[in-house]
Design a protein around this ligand. Structure first.
Ligand code: GLN
Length: 393
């Protein structure tokens, strides 16, 4: 082989010992690529197929044109942190200090990784409630911690506090809570928050509360933010996302609210990781947030989509599970096929023309329950097109 045909010009690339040997490409990217390849309706990866409010675009555009294009302060643009503090106080009754307790991040995923890097020491244990979002376990591994997987109750996906209690050890540093829950679309109740409070009281365990779907809770149920629970808030990092709330997942802007002592450690890592988050988007968001209507109306907006999609699913051979929050709808296909979830999703994409995510992708040890997750953050026409195809199953 001539040197020109050898990758790297024939020079040897040293072998690597992977820090994440089990990790491949995320299921979301895999299914989106498959959907595109087969021209399928993509209800897999969670993102809206419609645009954000043009007023938000105008606000960001205006910020850029007014010269907000250099580094902002490291923790975020003050006006945006103030707007976040006001929103959280008005919704959840807890005042976070924008100066010392709120940090703007490059999305919730970065926020969660940064918390892990800031508080998890080598060998520390972090409790995850499976099924859970796929970045958590690799984040723990990168921090040198040990993921301790506790299953949510099979069938209902409710937290099982006896099992969580059994998983607590002197090495437990963190537990990750996610409500509204991706992928099961369940939401925690006040009673469950109380149980978590009681369970953690005698410990020094911290909490990451992933609340990126905080404004998508249906049927007039209230979102149990950790921020409503003062005793929990004192040990928690509350994480949220503008991408989910304002239909701009590609902007990658989120935030973390945590007591000053926790925020100080968070910022030590944040400043040497992303340093700052892009300036004009922060200014635009701060302007846009002056109007609370967009987040206050979000639950009704998505509830209509949920109802349209869930009603449509009832006319197929799939069986929809309850969706109490998030923009996800799970469905049981066991009446149609006994294939594994991954195989079923691949076949659904290329034979039926609809992409979904296998529930097993959210488990450390994949279990087969005959469940798949759809995202209904789509225009009605997209949902109708998917349902028309699913009726042929
Ligand atoms: N949060 C979204 C989901 O669960 C997508 C995240 C991603 O693509 N990494 O589908």
């Amino acid at each position: 082989m001539s040197e020109a045909t050898v990758p790297g010009g024939g020079h040897r690339t040293p072998p690597l010992r992977s820090r994440l040997p089990q990790v491949g490409t995320t299921i979301f990217s895999v299914m989106s690529a498959l959907a595109q390849q087969h021209g399928a309706v993509n209800l897999g990866q969670g993102f809206p197929d419609f645009d954000c409010d043009p007023r938000l675009l105008d606000a960001v555009n205006q910020a850029m044109r007014s010269g907000h294009n250099q580094y902002p302060p490291m923790p975020g643009v003050p006006a945006l942190r103030e707007a976040i503090a006001e929103k959280m106080e008005s919704l959840y009754g807890h005042r976070y200090d924008p100066g010392s307790e709120i940090t703007v991040t490059a999305g919730a995923t970065q926020a969660i990784l940064t918390v892990m890097l800031a508080v998890v020491h080598a060998g520390d244990e972090v409790i995850l409630l499976d099924p859970c979002f796929d970045s958590y376990a690799p984040n723990i591994a990168l921090a040198g911690g040990v993921a301790v997987h506790v299953p949510l109750t099979p069938g209902t996906f409710r937290p099982d506090f006896d099992r969580i209690a059994q998983a607590l050890t002197p090495r437990t540093r963190l537990i990750v809570v996610n409500t509204p829950h991706n992928p099961s679309a369940t939401v925690w109740t006040a009673g469950e928050m109380q149980q978590l409070t009681d369970l953690l009281r005698p410990t020094d365990v911290l909490v990451i509360s992933d609340e990126v779907y905080e404004h998508m809770v249906y049927d007039r149920v209230r979102h149990e933010s950790i921020a409503r629970w003062p005793e929990l808030a004192a040990r928690s990092f509350v994480v949220s996302s503008f991408g989910k709330t304002y239909h701009v997942t590609g902007w990658k802007v989120g935030y973390v609210a945590a007591p000053a002592a926790l925020t100080a450690e968070f910022r030590k890592v944040h400043q040497f990781n992303v340093f700052t988050v892009n300036t004009p988007v922060q200014h635009g968001l701060a302007t846009y947030m002056r109007d609370p209507q967009p987040h206050l109306e979000l639950a009704d907006f998505y509830q209509r989509k949920r109802d349209l999609f869930a009603d449509g699913l009832r006319a197929t051979r799939l069986r929809p599970l309850p969706s109490a929050g998030t923009y996800f709808q799970c469905a049981d296909y066991s009446g149609i096929s006994d294939e594994g979830e991954h195989a079923f999703c691949v076949r659904l994409t290329h034979e039926t023309g609809v992409a979904a995510i296998p529930m097993s992708a959210f488990y450390a040890c994949p279990v087969e329950q005959g469940l798949i997750r759809f995202c209904f953050a789509k225009q009605s026409t997209t949902l109708e097109r998917a349902l028309e195809r699913l009726r042929k199953l």
